[in-house]
Design a protein around this ligand. Sequence first.
Ligand code: GLY
Ligand code: MN
Ligand code: MN
Length: 435
Amino acid sequence: MNLYFEHIYTVRERFDEALAAQGFDSVLIFAGQPAVAFLDDNAYPFRVNPFFKYWVPVTDSPKSFIFYEPGKEPQLFLFQARDFWHAQPVVPPGDWQEHVEVIPIDSKHIVGERVAKEFGKTAFIGESFDALADWRIAAVNPEGLLHHLHYQRAKKTPYEVECMRKANVLAARGHLAAEAAFRNNQSELDIHHAYIQAMRVRETQLPYNSIVGLNEHGAILHYDHYETEAPSTQRSFLIDAGAYYNGYCADITRTYSKEPQGFFAELIEAMDQAERDIIDEIEVGRSYYDLHVATHHKIAKILHEFGFFKVDANTIYERGYSNAFFPHGLGHFIGLQVHDVGGYLKNPQGESYARDSRHPFLRLRREIEPGHVFTIEPGLYVVDQLLEAFDGNEDFNWQRIAELRPYGGIRIEDSVHVTKNGVENLTRTAFDSLK
Ligand code: GLY
Ligand code: MN
Ligand code: MN
């Protein structure tokens, strides 16, 4: 069966269920519109409402709407301004158009009139706008409906997984170019440019600001400053950069050592092995929280083996020392959003898991199910701000930590797709396909 056809069928079923459960008889989804800078007439880059691109692979048509009433064909009100200033947005070709009724509009008020005249108890999903107050909408972004839809979104359709396979291939192409630029001693900015050039996109078409850090910058978790000059010595390179395909995300991190041998190269190899081992431990029914804790134990073991501590691995974990080196979560759902929704939801009714103060930045606590796609991204960094709390602590080998500091840190990040029969590593398969 055509993948998109199967996908939209599932999306329809999910909305049928969620709308009925929440007492709505239709939904109106707004694509959004670009925000304009203060006192200016220039807009920020447009980011489409994820629920809009859930229905159709249209990511660059602001002011458009989807209207869906269970049992009827979905309607896409496609905004095409009468405008001689700008090029018309290009809608991707494809047979997706056979599964929705496409209705061109040149004003969103046309939709408002239809809502007022023809539609019933309609839920609106999207960023609100002034005129919406005059439309006969039953509820704007009702929380119960969003929880229900967010819960369902964790299970990806085969179409969605295929889009993410393609996004991973695109991003992997960029990553290979970025590694080559690093080997060629280029600056962070030039490496960043090599990445987007290899992918044939502009910067605003990336799902998030790429993290391109040389040497110490690898320890800054969201480093996106991009020095224009290359440092005189290049020791290490951490790149966390993604891609979109039909609005679906890739999110990949790799860390490289300039020297093929030696302490930092060996530490990367140990982290890479740990990452692959954690992926091997993924099992349907296991809680992602357990996987996160198991990763802490693996990192504690590495910290011990590489001489960063004078105490054993268990003590490193129990005393909370591994949190200083691996402060973020093991990963997150990924899909229409890089940090995809629903990671703490227990059920469609919106009940959620409690946050654990020991692991406050973990974004995913659910039990693993077939159809889930999430990242696995263990890290190990020298973050001085976190180490300050342990100043003078004799359990730490400060000399060894000082040796690691000039290299920043390490993160290895892949996206995996869980199936009934095992785990598909979307990222490593993408790199392999480019060999
Ligand atoms: N690139 C953001 C993240 O890895 O979660
Ligand atoms: Mn990630
Ligand atoms: Mn990432």
